[in-house]
Ligand binder design. Structure first.
Ligand code: BES
Ligand code: ZN
Length: 644
């Protein structure tokens, strides 16, 4: 289950649109248009309520960063030069900013341009930064990010595995990059980019781009710092610009893939991800060439708030997937799949987040099937189905508007769309389409769809038009209930539920253990991680201490090194106020900051009244300074901060 933060925001004022600029959809560089040739930014579903940008008037096409990573002040300091495409009567460009300290704005010849920072909304949206262009097609903004910029986490040496050097990483999705890059922070406004970043000697800087200077360069007159240069020649959604710096080692996994990690983590990462090349090959076999050159992985310190993030050419991953037995690598298949769904074809606004994630979960599962076989893929899909059902319940049941694929998130944090509706209902929809038209036709369509829409934003309406034109025959679209699936809540009756045969045996073991407490029916040693998860999650939420004790002692669940198993066990144990799981819970929560694990565990502890509250508060006080703001923003509301 995804964890959903509940917070509400003031809607942005409607943003004025001027004349639509047009361009042939086949030209990847020109302004994107809808099927009828008008600007996507002026269309109903292409409008992004989470950005102040005015792309119809003035659109950022390229960003050039020149920044110093200041570890003492915890700020990025320097400049951003933006190339603009202007409508004939363009007067100003509006950028997104959250907490940026702007020092100066000049045009290409160095003349000062006037600018104004609007009022900060006080929430995630930030403020509009409006620059009067006076004809300028290029602007250079000298600025610094705020010390508490939400996209950046600055780690002290003690927070790393090595303990010697500090570490920095960014997380841009969904709308956090406006806290360190002054640009139009909207997923439909694609921008190529380059960067020169300086950092203290001893750190390697990596970014989601071509790395032009892998070892960095000396800087004249600045001993003790090195500079690193990067280039992303293809236009990407700005949330995909990412950076990390630390004591990073690198090892090749294959011809076009490798892994960056702190030196002490590298060997474990290399063996965990040994199937990387095979996965890339399988993905290409399914849906066409991998278009980004290299595919590298970066293993982050344990405070990374997500499982993975599909930054182009350089996926960021949590160390909690290093299980030692490749059992959690479907997460890698997922981030790899985003190289097509998400990074090539991108949701035009966060209301269509499901276009990124639903397609990716579908594709992820096909990669897993190709590399690890049908049974493994079926188990993963079936676990996903259970997660989806859990989220449907949490969201208020099958009639809740939040169970729609296409959402209206205006005035809300886009994070609220990060539920298993987008991920799993999205994937189930595509499996239902696949079953209706047959796999061969579906695969051919999807491969062409990625090609046709490569480097373009996409909306639900755009997808429907594409499917109606290029996929469906006769009355197939109506048979499926295409619009119903996308715009209505709930789960249509034709939903394809992939079921795993192996789970039948697991379900029998659950039934007999629950009724007579017999552990011998549990074939734990032979079970895969997916079967073990099915077992733990399928147990009744109420179990007596004897049964919990029997499970714990037989399978050493408090010591489980597999993070998913450990999490599933602790959720069960906390629901039963099982005292012997207290230490294990504490160690787990102090050892990593992945929100998907951290938030539900704190919520569960807090939900158990006197039994869990005090422990939750104590653990959180200790752990909070080490968690990322993405995680603390959610947990603060569950536990309350020490002063609140
Ligand atoms: N792109 C997402 C992560 C994300 C989504 C970050 C929305 C910020 C806002 C990434 O691909 C993802 O889905 N990660 C999952 C793992 C995946 C296997 C379901 C995660 O981090 O839990
Ligand atoms: Zn994803």
């Amino acid at each position: 289950m995804m964890f959903k933060p509940f917070r509400f925001f003031v809607p942005l004022a409607a943003i004025g649109m001027i004349a639509a600029c047009s361009g042939p959809a086949s030209d990847n560089r020109s302004a994107p248009t809808t099927a009828d040739g008008t600007s996507i930014y002026a269309s109903e579903e292409g409008r992004d309520t989470h950005s102040y940008a005015n792309p119809v008037e003035a659109r950022v096409t390229h960003v050039s960063l020149d920044l110093n990573a200041d570890f003492n002040e915890q700020r990025m300091v320097g400049s951003a030069t933006l190339d603009l495409e202007l409508a004939d009567d363009a007067e100003e460009v509006i950028l997104d900013s959250k907490g940026l300290e702007i020092r100066e704005v000049v045009n290409a010849t160095g003349e000062t341009l006037s600018w104004e920072m609007g009022d900060d909304s006080g929430d995630v949206h930030g403020a509009p930064l409006t620059i009067q262009l006076d004809g300028a097609e290029q602007v250079t903004i000298t600025y610094a990010s705020a010390p508490g910029a939400a996209a950046l986490q600055w780690l002290a040496p003690e927070q790393t595995a090595g303990g010697e050097e500090p570490f920095l990483f960014s997380q841009g999705q969904a709308i956090l990059n406006r806290t360190w890059i002054p640009t139009q922070d909207s997923p439909g406004i694609r921008q190529s980019w380059d960067a020169r970043i300086t950092a203290p000697e001893g750190l390697r800087v990596v970014m989601s781009a071509e790395m032009l200077t892998p070892e960095g360069e000396l800087i004249d007159g600045e001993p003790g710092r090195r500079a690193f240069r990067f280039r992303m020649a293809d236009p990407v959604a700005p949330y995909l610009i990412a950076i990390a710096a630390g004591d990073l080692a690198f090892q090749e996994l294959g011809e076009r893939s490798g892994v960056y990690a702190e030196p002490s983590m590298l060997a474990a990462a290399v063996s965990e991800f040994e199937d990387m090349e095979e996965m890339i090959g399988a993905a290409e076999e399914l849906y066409g060439d991998y278009r980004w050159g290299r595919y590298d992985l970066l293993v982050l310190p344990p405070s990374f708030p997500f499982g993975g993030m599909e930054n182009p050419r350089l996926t960021f991953v949590t160390p909690t997937i290093l299980a030692g037995d490749k059992s959690l690598v479907s997460l890698i298949a997922h981030e790899l799949a985003h190289s097509w769904s998400g990074n090539l074809v991108t949701n035009a606004s966060w209301d269509d987040f499901w276009l990124n994630e639903g397609f990716t979960v579908y594709f992820e599962n096909r990669i897993m099937e190709a590399v690890y076989g049908r049974e493994r893929a079926a188990m993963l899909a079936d676990l996903g189905w259970s997660d989806m059902m859990g989220d449907v319940e949490d969201l208020g049941g099958l009639t809740s508007a939040d169970t729609q694929l296409h959402l209206d998130l205006a005035g809300r944090d886009p994070d609220e769309g990060m539920t298993d509706i987008a991920y799993e209902k999205g994937a189930v929809f595509l499996r239902t389409v696949e079953e209706t038209v047959g796999r061969a036709r579906f695969d051919e369509w999807l491969r062409d769809y990625f090609d046709r829409n490569a480097f373009q934003p996409q909306t639900s309406a755009g997808l429907i038009a594409d499917m109606r034109t290029n996929l469906f025959e006769g009355d197939e679209a109506d048979e499926i209930g295409l619009e119903h699936w996308i715009y209505e809540p709930g789960l249509p009756e034709n939903a394809v539920h992939v079921q795993s045969n192996r789970f039948r045996a697991v379900d029998q073991a659950i039934a007999s253990f629950a009724s007579d407490g017999e552990v011998t029916v549990i074939n734990w040693p032979e079970w895969t991680t997916q079967e073990r998860l099915r077992f733990i999650n399928g147990l009744p939420r109420e179990l007596d201490d004897d049964r919990l004790e029997m499970l714990e002692s037989t399978f050493s669940l408090n010591q489980a090194q597999n993070s998913e198993i450990r999490f599933a066990w602790l959720m069960l144990a906390i629901a039963n106020r099982y005292d012997d799981a207290r230490d294990s819970t504490e160690r787990f929560l102090l050892g990593m900051g992945r929100r998907k694990f951290v938030a539900p565990l704190f919520e569960a502890l807090m939900g158990e009244g006197n039994w869990g509250e005090r422990q939750a508060r104590r653990i959180y006080e200790d752990a909070r300074p080490r968690y990322h703001s993405i995680t603390t923003n959610t947990v603060d509301e569950l536990v309350g901060t020490s002063d609140g």
